[in-house]
Design a protein around this ligand. Sequence first.
Ligand code: NAD
Length: 437
Amino acid sequence: MRIVMTGSGYVGLVSGACLADFGHEIICVDKDERKIAMLREGGVPIYEPGLKELIARNVDAGRLTFTTDLAGSVAQADVVFIAVGTPARRGDGHADLTYVYDASREIAASLNGFTVIVTKSTVPVGTGDEVERIIRETNPQAEFAVASNPEFLREGAAIQDFKRPDRIVVGIEDERARPVMEEVYRPLYLNQSPMLFTGRRTSELIKYAANAFLAMKITYINEIAELCEQVGADVQQVARGIGLDNRIGSKFLHAGPGYGGSCFPKDTLALVKTAEDAGAPVRLIETTVAINESRKRAMARKVIAICNGSVRGKTVAVLGLTFKPNTDDMRDAPSLSIIQALQDAGAQIRAYDPEGMEAASAMMKDVEFAANPYIAAEGAAAVVLVTEWDALRALDLKRLRGVMAGDGLIDLRNIYRPDDAEAAGFVYASVGRGAPP
Ligand code: NAD
């Protein structure tokens, strides 16, 4: 099939490369000329494990090309995906659909023969209806159907997630789209990944309901972690004890500094707004958003407490900046709020991250970046572990302590054992591992 992927970011690029790997002919489009130029020269604008090789293989096979010319690509296509960004709108938290609607208008003008337009971006309920209206208004003669196909991949494991999804959700209102979408995903379908066809609005809501549930699950274990600290219990054992119950499941039960990233924060907010507008408020999610927001800054208070109540004039080393390991994505990373709160309290920040420092440097002020964790820790009063990169899981704690001026180690991912940290000379704090009274 001939498929156009509109938007070549984390989702568009991975989806495009994977669909090419299935044997389809893919044109990845982006209006960012720098990204397309880089891709054409064999570079990859984002860090995602395995993506560079996957792209190279499919470019060599002639199945994957890159362009900034959306209009020119659409005319030949059987399917046009929309995978542009849908950030939170400043002020009210609604999803900003400007990019989706602009792309729809551009696509509409060049449609030629029956084409299925598929929103892969995360979009609020009813967006498919509006995309359909825009296309019809822009090009009344066009033969098309609009489908919803939300993406569930996780950054850091995106290729695996795309190729072996738990399920594929497709929302349609026009039966002509069904065989086309079945053909797009045929290799997965044969692999027995469940393909769930629903109405378009239902499909749009499934994505938000899924993300909000996961955000709530993380927030739940974070609150239990707080309680553990007060009553002398261990959240990791609580998580294991409840997670072994199949009705609960063990995933997303890792206590930490609060969820972040390019999806959960904006998607929970957008769902809250959609539900408010619909007169059916989702109070669990409203509370989830509020708890998570305050948690990130509360993590900075943990650091300040270990530094004898003040970080003014002291250096704090922050290890791990991205919102999770194996990505360079810094969008809404908890490190942003934690660092801001520490700077507000007068700390100097020195930071290290294996892949995220370039993106971080554009989003943070007055932060010094170090070439490795030990350089970051030189002369520091405390070290804060924010993201659980493999490269940070087996630090030489004695060496780390040796280069520091102070003795604080605040492990917001519980990757070290309290005994080991204390044996290396640290005053150690983690999340939800309370000392018995
Ligand atoms: P991104 O910002 O990395 O990529 C979006 C790209 O679209 C950008 O490169 C931008 O230049 C391009 N673009 C915008 N308007 C365009 C247009 N008219 N024509 C061509 N290109 C255009 O965003 P992302 O992380 O890939 O997310 C895309 C969508 O997928 C969002 O709705 C997001 O919520 C959803 N999603 C993201 C993830 C994730 O892990 N990142 C997972 C599931 C779903």
